[in-house]
Design a binder for this molecule. Structure first.
Ligand code: SF4
Length: 700
């Protein structure tokens, strides 16, 4: 026992698998040649309050997985061969230079991810625009937060996932959770809602499925997928007709209500209820409870946002918040519950096609000038706005982008219309993928560069509340693995940008990020590593004495006149209504056991054994109608493609809707059938609803 104890190592870290970023202690016990790991949640964690879910408890497993790549791999005659870093960097530089000469600078595409640290997300934006001189950079967060971010920016003048800290939730008297399944996706925040319920809060869940989250609800509106805006508008009508609007707040702190008021008169409650598949009485009850409550929160997530009208859906929900004045006060606010580990920070520092660090706009001349000065480049040399993640793939298909650098993402699995995406990527002249594993995308690469895991990579993450937290490096890099920031710095230096990329640590990059964000909306200037060693800090934090801002919009919104903006009412239609050929609606989402495209969680034995394959949730009556037995493989088809998937009967889903998770690739990828039509405002694809058919395999 004494020998075992002497070989014990305790690592202080945080879970990489969702936006809560629960901190924990991971103990490594070495017993002779064997190692055993045990994770223990950190009781002092201000966000998780000492909780951890099954993903956190097993997060280390992929790090130790024998499939990890530990040296650069070059594809020669279809086989990956290990090569030294010097050769890998030399080859990349040679290929990039050749392609830029042949096809132009913008022929290089850069594709990032919402799990990168703030430092790496920031550096990827600089790497693309300064070292590669391309405007073509975007990231997988486009599929996560773009609708809520665009809506928040338009309504409030800025976008931060949660307007208040989670700690205020227990004191809210009414909570609306629209299109969010926190019980599966962010399980450790559920107790905040349980406490609110215990304190008398009325909870409404809006979701086509019964979930662990809807179990918390006093009222569950089991809406038809894609009809969120109609429900929100119906609720607004009830609030208005029954006198629940906060007229003082509307007149003092908002603009645009006049137009909305005109629209409300023309709404027919019964028609909206029929279209959304819920009862008028239930919509009325949800609106009344929200309207009469002194305090309240409204949350949305991907169920509302991942639509080709996701932006408008969120705006309609924000109308409810503004109409009742439930924002900018204690226990009153809005939250877009972020999914990815750094979904919040990942979208603030410039890996998005239209943004520069600190949430600055790439088309704003003042913003360009400032960032050019921080980066030490001529403003005129900074590329302009590029295109969104899926549009990057379309450009690859058109051979306008001929080389791609992918970091922290698996676009073959995470994009909609996956069959097209795979075909398009095959057209690339040169594909570099930075990953820990040979993911479905990495498999297609010419060159794979091995990167560090969350246990090895120091850096900051910004959690769903807007709280910046520091993650330490607790494990030495295995083999020849390098950090993302080292890889970018080495390539940039070899391209001739030694000075601009002469970082020696993640902290160096963070200090530059602080300066780049200074005076911007997401102002990190006052946040330092030293301060973060003590505790997490909410942005905006403009100077080193500033405590950080846990609640935003107390006094003013971020538009120049300080007022928030209503949005005229819309009745978006489904892009694909059920038809004779495709009679059912498919919706997709997450399950508790897996994270994003599953590259890491499918390599964690404990997690994988709990969910080894995607299961399609179907109501037994629907299944019987189409002769699908429980637990049987069958064919799922849409206008874009098909797949074979196993059924799982569930009475918790609407009869006109089926659900499948998106954590698998290749023939198990649900994105083979999803619809890539994009939201015109934010370029979010229509992940959450498309029409499909189901057929027993015997009929094939
Ligand atoms: Fe916490 Fe999310 Fe990790 Fe679960 S998956 S332990 S809720 S960070």
């Amino acid at each position: 026992e004494q020998l075992e104890k002497s070989m014990e190592k305790v690592m202080t870290t945080q879970c990489p698998y969702c936006s809560v970023q629960c901190s924990m202690e991971l103990t490594e016990e070495r017993i002779v040649t064997r190692k055993r790991y045990k994770a223990k949640p950190n009781k002092q964690d201000r966000t998780s309050e000492g909780r951890m879910c099954m993903k956190g408890a097993n997060a280390h497993q992929h790090v130790m997985n024998g499939e990890r790549i530990t040296s650069p791999l070059l594809k020669i005659d279809g086989e990956f061969c290990q090569i030294p870093w010097e050769l890998a960097i030399e080859y990349i530089v040679e290929q990039f230079k050749f392609i830029q000469k042949e096809d132009g600078n913008d022929a290089l595409g850069v594709y990032g991810g919402g799990s990168l640290t703030n430092e790496e997300a920031y550096l990827l934006g600089k790497f693309a625009r300064v070292a590669l001189k391309t405007k073509h950079i975007d990231y997988n967060g486009r599929f996560c937060m773009s609708a809520a971010a665009a809506a928040g920016n338009a309504a409030f003048g800025m976008d931060r996932g949660l307007t208040n800290s989670l700690s205020e939730i227990p004191d809210a008297k009414c909570i609306i959770l629209a299109g969010t399944n926190i019980a599966d996706c962010q399980p450790t925040i559920v107790p905040y809602f349980r406490k609110a319920k215990k304190n008398g809060a009325f909870i409404t869940v809006i979701d086509p499925r019964e979930t662990g989250t809807s179990k918390l609800a006093d009222l569950h509106l089991q809406v038809k997928p894609g009809t969120d805006a109609l429900v929100a508008n119906a609720m607004l009508k009830v609030l208005f007709d029954e006198g629940y609007t906060n007229d003082r707040f509307i007149s003092e702190r908002t603009n645009g209500f006049h137009e909305v008021k005109g629209d409300i008169q023309g709404l027919d409650l019964q028609e909206l209820a029929d279209l959304s598949g819920v009862k008028v009485e239930d919509i009325t009850l949800a609106a009344r409870e929200y309207g009469k409550a002194e305090t309240g929160f409204l949350f949305t997530a991907r169920g509302v946002e991942q639509h080709s009208h996701g932006y408008e859906n969120v705006r309609q929900y924000l109308n409810l918040v503004l109409a009742t004045g439930k924002i900018g006060k204690y226990a009153c606010g809005y939250g877009a519950i972020t999914g990815q580990g750094n979904g919040q920070g990942g979208r603030e520092h410039g890996q998005k096609a239209d943004q520069l660090p600190g949430y600055r706009s790439i088309e704003n001349e003042e913003h360009r000038k400032y960032i050019a000065s921080v980066w030490g480049v001529n403003e005129a040399e900074l590329p302009r706005k590029g295109v969104s993640a899926y549009e990057l793939i379309e450009k690859v298909d058109k051979e306008e982008i001929t080389a791609m650098f992918v970091m922290g993402s698996n676009p073959v699995v995470s994009n909609p219309n996956a069959i097209f995406v795979e075909k398009a990527l095959k057209k690339l002249k040169f594909l570099v993928v930075v990953d820990m594993f040979v993911s479905e995308t990495a498999r297609m690469a010419d060159l794979i560069l091995p990167t560090s895991s969350y246990l090895e990579d120091e850096g900051t993450m910004t959690n769903l509340e807007g709280r910046v937290v520091l993650r330490k490096a607790e494990r030495t890099l295995p083999g020849d693995v390098k950090h993302d920031w080292q890889i970018m710095s080495e390539i940039a230096s070899s391209l001739g940008f030694q000075e601009a990329f002469s970082y020696t640590s993640a902290e160096d990059i963070f200090n530059e990020l602080r300066l780049a964000s200074r005076g911007g909306i997401a102002d990190y200037y006052g946040i330092t590593y030293n301060r973060l060693k003590e505790e997490g800090i909410f942005w905006p934090c403009p100077d080193k004495e500033h405590p950080g801002t846990s609640r935003i919009f107390d006094q003013t919104f971020a538009h120049p006149d300080g007022k928030a903006l209503f949005y005229g009412l819309r009745k978006p239609k489904l892009v694909e209504e059920p038809s004779e050929q495709f009679p059912l609606l498919l919706t997709t989402g997450r399950i508790m056991e897996h994270y994003l495209s599953g590259t890491q969680t499918r390599r964690s034995p404990e997690l994988n054994k709990r969910a080894e394959e995607p299961l399609l949730e179907i109501h037994p009556e629907t299944a019987k109608k189409y002769r699908i037995n429980n637990g049987e493989l069958f064919q799922l088809r849409s206008r874009r493609g098909s797949m074979i998937i196993r059924s799982s009967y569930s009475e918790k889903i609407r009869r006109d809707t089926i659900f499948a998770p998106f954590h698998w690739g290749d023939s198990q990828s649900i994105n083979r059938v999803t619809n890539p039509v994009l939201d015109p405002f934010c370029k979010m694809p229509e992940f959450k609803v498309c029409s499909v058919s189901i057929t027993p395999l015997i009929d094939q």
